[in-house]
Write a new protein. Structure first.
Length: 391
């Protein structure tokens, strides 16, 4: 079923274009414009419904096949294949946005209107966002080619610093107040988004700057992996703009925004309110299963390469997706990531669904949670706790 993971980057060709052409031939010109919105439909409607229908997976690979699975190249080739389809979709979208005459698709001597150009940008942005997850899978590996492919996948969303910050920042500080990619109890997604976007940018730059200082180099060098990643995005956007015209630039920026925002929505889910406690030494305890929200809903797992088995990923970051396991004792979300992303956009619903789960995870002791410092006093008072009693 892992082949279904390639539906996202190929959907524009296998579903979108045929569903534009066929209604146009029948004279249904309004209906023919709807497939350009395939990305949002897939992420926000089809995958959540499929998660509900098919439910959780529940199966872990047995110990005796782990080594075989880890070394089976079939699984890694599927992640490699994502990239050419991802970029083919981007190029096709730029063509469709810039073309004045799409008569071959059934549009009578005209191109897409601006509303459908926005829809197309959202669709390729969703492909880029799922592509960041592919970059995440590849970027954790020790093979140099896979790390390069990770950077290439990130170029479309202009989020190349994720390659550095996630591996050497987030995995070190996960589920602590210092981590910009770990959301806090009481923090809405809309408050988390600017904090994590700016914080991840700063963290990635500082992590790489520190690495270069140890080598006796300054940050303004092509050897700076953050800087070189951004230059890849500048080159990509520059080439596409040169080929298709300045008209595509706003849509390129929009799809990049959608792409990395989808990533940050996933980040918001993964560690909401969870925190590693400090030891007597002043250091944080090691990451454990209870520090990540998990889900084993099979459809989202297929599209996100088992990212929802997040505790196992933090325990074994270089483990390939096909061998990741569900852990006993890990807190579980009520549905798959795709469904929870949609809920996260609506803070009152999110709080109603998730705040009781965080509280239950800590056996009713809210002081053990990672609380938004701006709302700490108010949240403690809501649960009958004062600052004095926490000291």
């Amino acid at each position: 079923m892992w082949l279904w993971g390639l539906f996202a980057p190929t959907g524009l060709f296998t579903i979108g274009l045929p569903l534009i052409w066929a209604p146009n031939q029948l004279g249904w010109h309004t209906a023919a414009q709807l497939p350009v919105w395939l990305g949002p439909v897939l992420v926000y409607i089809l995958i959540p419904l499929a998660d509900i229908f098919f439910g959780p997976d529940g199966d872990n690979p047995p110990d005796e096949v782990m080594e075989y699975l880890e070394n089976d190249r079939y699984y890694r080739y599927l992640t490699y294949l994502y990239l050419p389809f991802q970029y083919a979709s981007l190029v096709m979208a730029c063509y469709l946005i810039s073309a004045d005459d799409l008569s071959w698709l059934g549009f009578d001597g005209h191109g897409l209107n601006w509303i459908n150009k926005v829809g197309l940008a959202l669709t390729v942005g969703m492909i880029a966002g799922i592509g960041i997850n592919t970059a995440h899978e590849l970027g954790h590996k020790k093979v140099d080619m896979e790390r390069w492919l990770s950077r290439i996948a990130l170029a479309q969303s202009f989020y190349g610093h994720f390659y550095v910050e996630h591996n050497r920042g987030h995995h070190v500080r996960v589920a602590t107040p210092e981590d910009p990619a770990s959301s806090r109890f009481g923090e809405t997604f809309w408050a988390f988004w600017p904090r994590t976007v700016s914080g991840s940018f700063k963290s990635g730059w500082n992590v790489e700057k520190t690495r270069l200082q140890r080598l006796g180099k300054g940050p303004w060098t092509i050897k700076n992996e953050v800087l070189s990643a951004w230059l890849m995005s500048v080159a990509l956007f520059g080439v596409l703009t040169a080929i298709f015209g300045l008209e595509v630039l706003p849509y390129l920026l929009l799809q990049a925004l959608i792409g990395f925002s989808l990533l940050e929505a996933v980040n918001y889910l993964e560690h909401y309110g969870l925190v590693r406690q400090k030891l007597a030494s002043g250091r944080y305890e090691r990451p454990a299963p209870e520090h990540s929200w998990n889900s084993d809903h099979i459809v989202t797992n297929i599209f996100l390469y088992h990212l929802q088995r997040h505790s196992d990923h933090h325990a074994y970051p270089t483990r390939r997706y096909q061998t990741l396991r569900s852990w006993d004792g890990a807190p579980n979300l009520p549905s798959g990531y795709a469904s929870m992303i949609l809920i996260a956009y609506f803070p009152p619903i999110w709080r109603k669904v998730m705040d009781p789960r965080v509280l239950a995870h800590y056996d009713g002791d809210i002081t053990k949670a990672n609380i938004d410092p701006k709302k700490r006093a108010k949240i403690l008072a809501r649960y009958g706790v004062t600052e004095e009693t926490t000291r």
